[in-house]
Design a protein around this ligand. Structure first.
Ligand SMILES: C[S@@+](CC[C@H](N)C(=O)[O-])C[C@H]1O[C@@H](n2cnc3c(N)ncnc32)[C@H](O)[C@@H]1O
Length: 402
């Protein structure tokens, strides 16, 4: 079966082909789920050499892409400043839990823990740091990154999923950086004013797309909820897993905050008529790839996050929106300038800060959503001082037929 080698991980392709042959077709969401998270051959479930050994990592400068913590510890330091205020809002509970979900290589976890231990020892002594990670390979990297805080005396532990946690158990903060963009998405396309779903078939040694009636009514409801333009050919993604995730998050949190950091948009921007082919991309060795059927299982696949949908779902399950801003304004408002004061102005730290703050890049593309549960009033968090830019986070348009 030689041609399959060229389009991805051979055993993964074989598994996908068998599944498609058995059922005739699969949804794009199922294809993406298997490409990223197939138990043995999914992109995230092993490192590049097919093992869980971190010598050939997927994430990092030697891998396929880097994330904010690979640039500097600024995000970790800023988060800890924000978490201090959250601790105060919660009345300094005896046991404060930080849950980080989808920590990848674990750099942010390491830096948050170091910052906490050195600058807020009182909080650190009350801290449980729980990592939720579905990938065995990523867990190996995380164990290595936070080894100084784990072990019998340490405050760090792991679970595989939110399902393993009881209801309303946690008081503290649940945060994630680039988790939601890694959830498998459904893809839809508008044809003659109706919603069609993208399905994947396999023909002549390649994956092909076919449009058909949606596999779930949730897709049509999503289209009308967010006013997705009913314009012929308009194609976009629907992240139903993000909706389910938000509900699970609300379930496990007794009192505290949810901090979601990711690239994405409000619904109004996401579903703007000009963004007519969606946001799905692949990453391989630091290059964009627009074809998801290349290097299947060997490249990352990701789609931008619809933050309005997270806020909307959150509101329905008891998570109130504290505020929404972007990385640039978050970092500035918690005090990155003061952190840079003593740095060499030509040095690496200032260059890293410039990248994180860049309004034409990470500074604007990355957003920070903070939600809260169980608090009597909406606190003034310093990281959200500039939130008025995004007051339309909950607004949605109306579907218009063209
Ligand atoms: C893009 S990486 C995140 C990188 C990391 N947060 C950072 O700051 O570098 C996505 C991570 O989320 C994990 N992940 C995806 N879906 C998950 C789920 N449902 N539960 C737990 N972890 C998940 C992946 O295995 C991976 O570690």
């Amino acid at each position: 079966m030689s041609p399959v080698r060229e389009i991805g991980h051979p055993q993964l392709i074989q598994e996908l082909v068998t599944e498609i042959q058995d059922s005739g077709r699969i949804s794009f969401a199922r294809f993406m789920e298997q490409a990223l998270y197939h138990e043995q051959f999914g992109y995230y479930m092993t490192q590049r050499d097919g093992t869980t050994d971190a010598s050939a990592p997927r994430i990092g400068w030697k891998g396929d892409y880097v994330t904010t913590p690979h640039f500097h510890t600024f995000l970790a330091k800023s988060l800890v400043r924000q978490i201090r205020e959250m601790d105060e809002c919660l009345g300094y509970p005896d046991s404060f839990v930080i849950v980080e979900m989808g920590a990848g290589a674990g750099l942010l976890a390491r830096d948050v823990l170091r910052e906490c231990a050195t600058t807020v020892p009182d909080l650190y002594h009350r801290l449980t740091y729980l990592l939720i990670e579905r990938s065995p390979a990523m867990r190996v990297m995380q164990k290595h990154a936070v080894h100084e805080f784990s072990g019998p005396e340490g405050c760090v532990s792991w679970v595989n999923s939110l399902d393993e946690l009881g209801d309303a158990l946690l008081t503290g903060v649940l945060f994630s950086n680039e988790l939601v963009d890694a959830f498998p998405v459904h893809r839809i396309c508008i044809k003659r004013g109706t919603v069609q779903e993208v399905f994947v078939e396999y023909q002549d040694d390649q994956f092909i797309e076919r449009l058909s009636t949606p596999s779930t009514a949730a897709l049509e409801s999503f289209v009308s909820r967010w006013g997705i333009p009913l314009v012929d050919g308009y194609t976009t993604e629907v992240n139903l897993q993000a909706v389910a995730w938000m509900k699970d998050v609300a379930r496990v949190l007794a009192q505290g905050f949810v901090v979601t950091i990711d690239y994405g948009h409000t619904a109004r921007d996401y579903f703007a008529p000009e963004r007519n082919s969606g946001t799905l991309v692949g990453y391989y060795r630091h290059q964009f790839e627009t074809n998801p059927y290349e290097r299947v299982g060997l490249q990352d696949l990701t789609a931008h996050v619809n933050f309005s949908s997270l806020v909307d779902t959150g509101e329905a399950v008891g998570l109130q929106c504290t505020g929404f801003t972007d990385l640039q304004h978050f970092l500035l408002s918690v005090g990155i300038e003061a952190m840079l004061k003593d740095c060499d102005q030509e040095g690496e730290e200032v260059k890293a800060a410039a990248q994180l703050l860049n309004p034409r890049g990470m500074g604007r593309t990355f957003k920070i959503l903070i939600q809260q549960k169980g608090l009597s009033e909406c606190p003034e968090l310093s990281g959200l001082r500039y939130r008025p830019f995004f007051e339309d986070v909950l607004e949605c348009g109306e579907s218009v037929v063209h």
